[in-house]
Design a protein around this ligand. Structure first.
Ligand SMILES: [Zn+2]
Length: 272
């Protein structure tokens, strides 16, 4: 009998009877999928997987933080589920965990798998529901429950949290990615301007900053000039800056819907 393939995380968790965050023991879950996890110092990558037949060995850098190690196991399990047979040895760098969120490729799929495994939506949503703000303090409170990294938890929170917010990863050269993805979002995020906290961090003047900022510091849109967003920015991995933008006041989003409707109406008038 071959090793079970669980391309659906919920099927895997159901199979194991896991319903609570503290039951998410990655070693046990990996073992269930015929993968053994080893922890030892690695150089040049955060984790790797070698598969032979129905067995895999996942090696995780013992020098990295617990949250990162957990994510690495989830990521390599994602490769094991989707890329089995196409790989004999695969090494994944830490930068992959930070950067590969926007494109459709095996690394993104492995990151998604890790995220679904470490923060199952069915467990995440009810625990995020009582949150009153979307900032990195809220992210940290969720990260403590799920033993996950700040960046992975922040992505989860903007996608499954109770309040409207987006996460932007920028670096001095431009926007690296946003969550939700750009195409799913009506506003065009631009390189953070001087009125943003991210600007100060990108220019090396600060490590962290939060407060209300003009929406025009972040969005290239006619409506941005008359609204504010709440920004909390922190220095991330290497020269990356992570910014959580949360609409404390949702008027801008309501006006944005109306604006879109007017634009659509105008476009159809033009065609008639
Ligand atoms: Zn990978």
């Amino acid at each position: 009998m071959g090793a079970p393939v669980f391309t659906s995380v919920s099927a895997l968790l159901d199979d194991l009877g896991i319903t609570e965050p503290d039951e998410l023991d990655l070693n046990v879950i990996a073992q269930h999928c015929c993968a053994t996890v080893l922890y030892k110092p690695l150089e040049g990558c955060a984790a790797r997987i070698s598969g032979a037949g129905d067995r895999a060995i996942i090696t995780v850098d013992s020098g990295s933080k617990i949250e990162r190690q957990r994510f690495s196991v989830g990521h390599e399990l994602g490769h094991w589920m989707f890329d089995r047979g196409k790989m004999s040895l695969l090494a994944c760098a830490e930068s992959v965990f930070i950067r590969e969120w926007s494109n459709q490729n095996p690394e993104t799929r492995a990151n998604r798998y890790a995220s679904d495994l470490l923060m199952p939506v069915s467990m995440f949503k009810p625990r995020a529901q009582p949150l009153k703000r979307i900032d990195f303090d809220a992210v940290k409170s969720m990260a403590r429950i799920f033993k996950t990294s700040i960046s992975a938890t922040a992505i989860r929170l903007v996608e499954h949290g109770p309040l409207p917010a987006i996460l932007v990863c920028s670096r001095p050269g431009g926007i690296e990615w946003t969550a939700p993805k750009k195409k799913d979002f009506k506003l065009w995020v631009q390189q953070p301007g001087p009125y943003s906290y991210a600007y100060d961090i990108l220019n090396g003047n600060k490590e962290e900053g939060s407060g209300d900022v003009p929406a025009s510091a972040w969005f290239d849109h006619p409506l941005a000039a008359s609204h504010t967003v709440h920004e909390h920015s922190i220095k991330g991995f290497q020269d990356f800056v992570l910014s959580l933008l949360w609409w404390r006041d949702e008027t801008m989003l309501i006006e944005l819907d109306e604006y879109e409707e007017r634009q659509d109406a105008r476009r159809s008038d033009w065609r008639d």
